[in-house]
Ligand binder design. Structure first.
Ligand code: NAD
Length: 476
């Protein structure tokens, strides 16, 4: 027996969890449950994190968590519990298989069988946001080398274990050369260790368009957090329904399994929701726990039920489905089919424990870091960049103003009057390509204070082993 933590969540959560637990019991899953409360009730009781200390303790002790969807109350500063859990427990990999079950579930993509592997902890989800001027707010996009290495290695290991042939990488590194550029670079480095697997890279916009149009050309796709969030919902929906997809959140110590959809409050309490997302999440959990025999049994019975045309309301189609069933009736139909394999759809076979270790990140020797200059961000309500340059050149000494940009576009020297400017100016100081010191930056800022320049932040411009570690101004 293995003990896991479960939470029935909010909205349709209790109904789909009861259906899933009934199937796990009938399939003789070797599981014991520790139930915790999370979500709306906990939030509204005054706990803004949505989870109690005891609940954390249970998850950390049992290490495996099967979670029904929860409702995050709107407004009131409640933090998303899902994001908190993924990050606090180090669940760096989010795996979302999106497969179509044509002709039993209607879809425009009969051949679709894509697994989206989404980085789960960083990117714009670091949640570091600031208002800096009246007109400008910012969100920091953090991409780290350890983060990239872990998720990309995970995608390749996943492909090997599940006999997948290709891993694609989606980024926008033609624009974000540092952040998405690092993700792509690490993808290229790691793919060299997996020569048995085909690889390609897509700029996210055309990659997403092809995924929506011809998903059958993709196999496993790995991508940074935000792109993965958006595209995995699209992929699940076009495969048939968001109600069908399960997901795994994997870390080196804990794992959390859930449906990809939310708590669907408008259909809650009516016994009409499709429990398939959570059922399939529980199948992923069983393979993770090494109970592949049970996982196989449940998955095949579930496929058999689908192809019998026994469907819950949202996938039921007159003339194509044979029987419209409730949540609990669907679970009963799956139980009835335990021990059977699908006759038309392809049966699954899981060979043993499908869990794999990703080696701990090894920090390489530090590269030679040189300080090349500093970007000083200034709040200024004027409109003529020449005037700002005049003011800022008063700070010149050994380190001089070389460029001003507004929203990334160069506006000085030689700007265009057509360029729209806000009150947020990036002012770059350098010494003709020669290194500067932190002391010189401090002196520059002291002068800015004397000259009444409203400095809102600075960013140092580094070079690593001679390679520029910052972007140029657009138009520079
Ligand atoms: P949702 O996924 O709950 O619902 C989107 C649509 O899909 C609705 O029309 C809903 O009725 C339908 N749907 C979803 N699951 C279904 C199922 N199993 N069977 C049949 N139909 C289903 O998304 P939403 O409406 O944007 O969010 C509702 C709440 O869920 C929000 O509070 C949100 O914060 C939360 N949420 C939670 C999670 C999670 O816990 N992992 C994920 C997403 C959203």
């Amino acid at each position: 027996m293995q003990k896991i933590t479960i939470a029935k969540g909010d909205g349709i959560g209790p109904e789909i969890m009861d259906a899933t637990l009934k199937i796990l019991k009938a399939a003789k899953a070797r599981l014991e449950y520790d139930e915790i409360q999370i979500g709306e009730k906990v939030y509204l009781s005054g706990n803004t994190s949505g989870i109690s200390d005891e609940a954390w303790k249970s998850i950390r002790e049992n290490k495996v968590f099967l979670k029904a969807p929860i409702t995050t109350p709107q407004g009131g500063g409640y933090k998303s519990l899902n994001v908190t859990m993924r990050k606090t427990l180090g669940l760096y990999a989010n795996i979302r298989p999106c497969q179509s079950f044509y002709p039993y579930v209607r879809t425009k993509h009969p051949e679709m069988d894509v697994v989206i592997i989404r980085e789960n902890e960083e990117d714009l989800y670091a949640g570091i946001e600031h208002q800096q001027t009246d007109e400008v707010v910012q969100c920091l996009k953090l991409i780290t080398r350890p983060g990239c290495e872990k998720i990309i290695r995970y995608a390749f290991e996943y492909a090997r274990k599940y006999n997948r042939k290709k891993v694609s990488c989606f980024t926008k590194d033609n624009i974000m050369k540092q952040t998405d550029g690092l993700f792509h670079k690490v993808f290229n480095e790691i793919s060299a260790e997996y020569l048995d697997i085909e690889t390609d890279h897509w700029i996210i916009d055309i990659g997403a368009a092809r995924l929506a149009d011809t998903p059958e050309i993709f196999d496993v796709i790995v991508m940074p957090n935000l792109y993965g969030d958006v595209l995995s919902d699209i992929a699940a929906q076009i495969s048939g329904s968001v109600g069908l997809a399960g997901s795994a959140n994997i870390g080196s110590r804990c794992a959390m399994f859930e449906a990809i959809h939310g708590s669907a409050p408008t259909i809650a309490g009516q016994n009409v929701a499709n429990p398939s997302g959570l059922i399939r999440a529980s199948v992923m959990m069983l393979t993770h726990l090494g109970q592949s025999d049970i996982a196989e049994k449940i998955n095949n019975a579930w496929l058999r039920t689908l192809e019998q045309g026994i469907h819950t309301e949202e996938i039921y189609r007159e003339g194509e489905s044979t029987k419209k069933v409730s949540t609990s009736e669907f679970a009963d139909a799956v139980i009835e089919n335990l021990g059977q394999k699908p006759k038309k759809l392809k049966a699954v076979e899981f060979n043993g424990r499908i869990q794999f270790e990703i080696p701990e990140y090894q920090r390489p020797a530090s590269r030679k870091k040189e300080l090349n200059g500093v970007d000083v961000f200034v709040d200024w309500k004027g409109s003529d960049p020449e005037k700002l340059a005049e003011k800022l050149q008063k700070l010149n000494g050994d380190v001089n103003l070389s460029m001003i940009t507004n929203r990334g576009v160069k506006v000085w020297p030689n700007g265009f009057e057509e360029t729209f400017c806000t009150d947020h100016w990036r002012c770059r100081y350098e010494r003709n390509g020669h290194p500067i010191t932190n002391k010189e930056i401090a002196e520059l800022l002291a002068k800015a204070y004397v000259e009444n320049v409203d400095v809102i932040k600075t960013e140092n411009l580094y070079q690593f082993d001679g390679e520029r570690g910052y972007s140029l101004g657009q138009g520079q």
